[in-house]
Design a protein around this ligand. Sequence first.
Ligand code: ZN
Ligand code: ZN
Length: 414
Amino acid sequence: MIPKKILFIIIDGVSDRPINGKTPLDSASTPNLDNFAKIGINGIMDTIAPGIRPGSDTSHLALFGYDPYECYSGRGPIEAAGAGIKLKDGDLAFRVNFGTVEGRGSVFDKIVVDRRAGRIDDTDDLVEAVRKIDLSRFGMSFIFERGSGHRGAIVFRGDNVSDKVTGTDPKEMGLKVKRSKPLDDSEEAKITAEAINYFMEEAHKILESHPKNQERELKGLLKANVLLLRGAGKVKKVQSFEERFGMKLAFITGTTLIKGIGKFIGADLIDVKGATGNKKTNLRGKFSAAVNALETHDIVLLHIKATDEFGHDGDFEGKKGFIQKIDAEVESLKVLDFSEVCLIVTADHSTPISVRDHTADPVPVMIVHEGVRVDDVDRFSELVAYKGGLCRIRGKDLLHIALDLTNRVKKFGA
Ligand code: ZN
Ligand code: ZN
């Protein structure tokens, strides 16, 4: 049996709860998605499990065959992977913001006046300067990388690093910088919190007197004079997708968090010009990059974010309109040969307009491939998908169903 390829389209948060019987997806005009529903097999899916409200990160892990309860310990490690840090088992990772503090005394006496340092965007020399801090007295080292804008990631490494510590970000303006505190009685947690607090103080001194910040002050810009750490997580390295499944995986996404998931499981990230991860994204470019990537990769994720944003904004018409824009680009997939390519279209969770956040309502899923048991479902909608032949599955099952359809599963038994 010759192995076939998989195109996995995840429309972030596309499904909803009905308002007066209607949802954005169900009421959108989506002739191209509907045509695929007609020639495919459909169902609904609990991306993690019934009643579990997924984050985009945990649900993507589940959809790619990784148990989030085993390998997910917070945003820190995912952001650090996304920032290009080569993680090791036992590392403690945080997300970092450059922020602005004002006041006198120690960094922990000062007030956070901006959590984004005026949305600073050129942090390279500040990052470089902070890297000179020495944590060897604590038996630790650290790796600091910038992300986009004011963001970054930091990893603390050493035999006595514990993740049972708090971050330093007060998460609100007008509050003091937080001291890292141990969360248990272990010596490791105590030393780690001490090391983080030492790092905070040293980083503040370096940043406060850095020429770039003096320049910023002269220009009337906010100084980037503090690092705010949050999302602590201990790294549990996972086997790469290619090692596990013997398939080359590509991610096409404009969203930093999903890029982080891609890096975490060893996917190749394919950059598309104008793929912003927001409402202005270059959909056409992403679809054509996805089709092209099927030449070089066995499985390709095309992730589209904006539907989730409209859900968070509570914007029914905006979400519906964007779904129609996606549908217009779906037409380009008609050229695919579905005896060679298995197409999956689904979501990572629901983001209902009425809730403005993720919920556990199951998402619609459809699979188009030669040989699937075509069912009676004639449109792509969370309100009718349950009638299809896939019935109700879990996120962790979907990849295995697709691997079987594409001749990539060994027989269990004789
Ligand atoms: Zn999501
Ligand atoms: Zn969301």
